[in-house]
Design a protein around this ligand. Structure first.
Ligand SMILES: *Cc1c(COP(=O)(O)O)cnc(C)c1O
Length: 379
């Protein structure tokens, strides 16, 4: 039988072993390691700098005073608390959908929603670069899976017509993509995908994890920027990135969220997120939609432009290829005071290891200029 030691050694020898790096400070653009060293953080998904923002902190404290710390059980078991309902009403209005349902994380959203909607009679068509949670959700469902090359509309069209010929009368076809891709930072051709799907009975799920909060009017995402909200059946996302908190959501029709309450196992069999967290997410949505959000978004976009004037999201990867040189580059950066870790297989495909730079509204122009001067190849 194989031992954990032998598996770890195999990971180590192929440059794929991962290690937790302990930090002693709150999250932010400057973080302090356990040994007291500080690093400039260019790796977080805290795009708007809300993970340790004075208003988010004050809101969380206020909401703990009002609602306590724990939810007690699943929302179906010991009552569904008002902060969760308040959040879902606010989120549905923000996303301009009929209804919304929240989960404890984005990962739990994907692995709950997809198997609730599809089973082995159904067909799921995904972009090749979809996030692990979407792939795992699709696998868990038992549906037939078809993957199209990244952003390839022609191949999507041919998978779709194959699926329409093959699907049973009561079957369901689900197309899944992200709006901004997590490890590449590019955008999906959402208009083209919606055009393809207009004459089709297939459902479309778009994960806005890396667009929510800073793309589109009021940070409502890429679907909102393109005016496609009504054509997307399921808009998914997370509060763990630009919203600086944690939790996941799905927005869609009332019947859809009612069905998920009945069938999504990660919703039914998991304790609800803390009510104080749900209430804080609500406050955070107000912040994101309001003047503070607009100021943070414009600071973030200024920073993105300053780093790379062609970037269309806050994620700018530098693909190196093999693991060892990518790890070495990340170490050099770390020794120079920058946290930009190596992203390797299986997060990205083999031979495409990369440094992934992410920008935050809280980076100062001198942080970005310093990084560009020290490592001009990065941008
Ligand atoms: C981060 C991420 C998730 C998971 O969200 P969490 O709230 O962190 O669990 C899902 N989908 C995509 C595309 C992501 O980048």
């Amino acid at each position: 039988m194989r031992s954990p030691e032998s598996e770890l050694e195999a990971l180590e020898s192929s440059g794929l072993r991962r290690q937790l790096r302990r930090i002693d400070s709150p999250q932010g653009v400057v973080i302090t390691l356990a040994n007291g060293t500080t690093l400039l953080n260019f790796s977080s998904n805290d795009y708007l700098g809300l993970a340790n923002h004075p208003l988010t902190r004050a809101s969380f404290i206020k909401n703990i005073e009002a609602f306590g710390t724990g939810a007690g059980a699943s929302r179906l078991v010991c009552g569904s608390q008002s902060p969760h309902h308040g959040l879902e009403e606010k989120l549905a209005a923000f996303k301009k959908t009929e209804s919304a349902l929240t989960f404890s994380s984005g990962f739990a959203t994907a692995t709950g929603v997809i198997p609730a909607l599809c089973d082995k009679e159904d067909i799921i068509i995904l972009d090749k670069l979809c996030h692990a949670s979407l792939i795992d959700g699709a696998r868990l469902s038992g549906a037939t899976m078809r993957v199209f090359p990244h952003n390839d509309l022609e191949k999507l069209a041919s998978h779709l017509s194959w699926a329409e010929r093959k699907i049973a009368k009561d079957g369901r076809i689900l197309v899944i993509t992200e709006s901004v891709f997590s490890m590449d930072g590019d955008r999906a051709p959402l208009q083209g995908i919606c055009d393809l799907l207009t004459p089709s009975p297939a459902l479309l799920l778009v994960d806005e994890a890396h667009a929510f909060g800073y793309i589109g009017p009021e940070g409502r995402g890429l679907a909102a920027e393109l005016g496609l909200e009504e054509q997307i059946n399921l808009q998914m996302g997370t509060f763990s990135k630009a919203a600086g908190l944690s939790g996941g959501y799905i927005c869609g029709s009332r019947n859809m969220t009612d069905l998920l309450v009945n069938k999504a196992r990660s919703f039914i069999y998991s304790t609800a997120p803390a009510p104080s967290l749900a209430a804080t997410i609500s406050d955070c949505l107000d912040l994101i939609a309001g003047d503070n959000g607009a100021t943070l978004r414009s600071a973030l976009w200024d920073n993105i432009q300053l780093f790379n004037s062609e970037a269309t999201s806050a994620i700018i990867p530098l693909i190196i290829g093999e693991n060892e040189p990518t790890l070495a580059a990340a170490q050099t950066l770390r020794e120079s005071g920058y946290l930009i870790p190596a992203i390797r297989y299986p997060t990205v495909s083999k031979g495409t290891a990369r440094l992934r730079v992410t920008l935050s509204a809280n980076h100062l122009p001198e942080h970005i200029k310093g990084l560009k001067e020290a490592f001009p190849g990065l941008c």
